[in-house]
Design a protein around this ligand. Sequence first.
Ligand code: F6R
Length: 606
Amino acid sequence: MCGIIAYTGHQDARPVLLDGLRRLEYRGYDSAGIAVINRRRIRHFKSAGKLAVLEQQLPENLAGKVGIGHTRWATHGAPNDTNAHPHTDHSQRIAVVHNGIIENATALRAQLADAGIACSTETDTEVLAHLLAQHEGKLIDAVRSVLLRVQGTYGVAAIDQRSPDTLVVARNGSPVILGIGDGEMLAASDMSALTRYTRDIIHLDDGEVAELTPAGFSVTTLDAHPSNKQTTRLSGVLEDYDKGGYEHFLHREIHDQAEIVRRSISGRLDQRFSTAHLGGLNLAARELLDVKRIKILGCGSAYYAGMAGAQMIETLARLPSSAEPAAEFRYRNPIIDSETLYIVVSQSGETFDTLAALREIQRKGGFVLGIVNVVGSTIAREVDGGIYMHAGPEVSVASTKAYTSMLTVFSLLALMLGRLKDVSPQRGAALIKGMAELPQAIDATLLLENSIAAIANKIAPASSAFFLGRTDAFPVALEGAQKLKEVSYIHAEAYPASELKHGPLALITEQTPCIVILPDNELLTKSISSLEEIKARGAPVYTFTDSADSRIEKLSDDVIRIPAVEFLFKPLLSGICLQLLAYHTALILDRDIDQPRNLAKSVTVE
Ligand code: F6R
């Protein structure tokens, strides 16, 4: 999704902006641009395609100590040079970059037309530049007054050649973070673009505007009341994240997962009481006992992780639990009650629909826990309590290690709730042991990569594939189909195997590979009957199982034997196998693996 970087200070802005844009690339984009104030004149350059195309256009002599940069993911208007940001007014006095959607852009464009100002792009953002240029006063005053006329969401950064050391940024529904340096100030939509320059950051809240100069900053509300902002100092080693010797971030992130799980459980296993210790919930055991239901909300893979989490909690804690896509939940006027514990799940902590669902629940008085990866993100700051995933940065657009760490956190939460209710100390101890051994089991699973790559070779020519799994294997099937779609562009659908004969069987032919997730559980024999149904239609069957049952071999074209672990962790290991399957299929098909077409890493618009 779109990214913003802005700089004012003692350095040349251009390399800082380009470095920032490079760090934002992972979010997904279709065009990029920068504007700097060079000898009291705004000069701006933008182009469709990758950053390298923009860099080739930049003249050698583009000096200037203040500037803004943007990576665009098209919402209004095609991804082309014209629609790329920054946008300027006709006199090129003002330049603006913007994330989000201006909902009343049509009305604002009409008002500009009445004043004789025509827009030359299809974007909603351009109106901002023209409206700002209508103001003669200070840029900060112009920004406040224009944004009061804007409906919609924005993270925005603007420069004005009449105040050549000043940046103005503002936020409403789309993140903006200030980076406080020594004699320099930065702003960005994502922390990753700032951490090379400073550890001191400030998150703007919705409705706030900041004016930045090399010497300092001030934050106010849209109606000019001062906001009292605290600087947060980022601690620990700031990771300079690269591909770690792998060809793609996705591959690295799949291989990082044993370590990620180790981090996610670190300090959270309570051997003494055979439970999980989760600081930050802001709920006492007595309050947790009053919880009668769990509702989990997220989008995409986070929603699928939530489905798996709901099953874990229901199984261990015997609490009715379900997951729902956040965007659907918030629009169906949901009934919120005080006996339900609401959980929002998000890697980025910025997904617009998940954030909107959180706010809707809180508005109605519900208590919301967050399972979030990005520390200090909007969702992390707004929830009533939460659990950080500690998955580190995830750069590949398709989620792998964050998804796995969501499952890990859900298994900790299920254990903790289970131990308050139905789970005995002995059973708790066995689950803790299983959890502590999980990183080794992941390493053993990753050793299956070559056999999985061989299956990828066989499914790569297909135009459609089915993923089948029952009960706790069903969310895994959904996520497996999602990964294959995202990175290989092969159409994939997931079904509970039991649903096949109620419709989808009509599509099963020799041309539709079926990927079956078959955990060794009480449904094994029934699932084997489904294998027979598929085989009878001639479809190639690739089975991922921890069962040694000899019938599976006879009915499958290939069998991947996953290490046997406690039932709670089976979805996690089979999920990793399906990530490898998607990766190798995409590799064979030569796809843009880390930045699949049309997708963005963090979906900050509705
Ligand atoms: C899929 C994927 C997306 C995200 C979804 C939610 O691989 O990455 O489906 O899971 O956009 O994102 P977060 O977790 O940041 O809220």
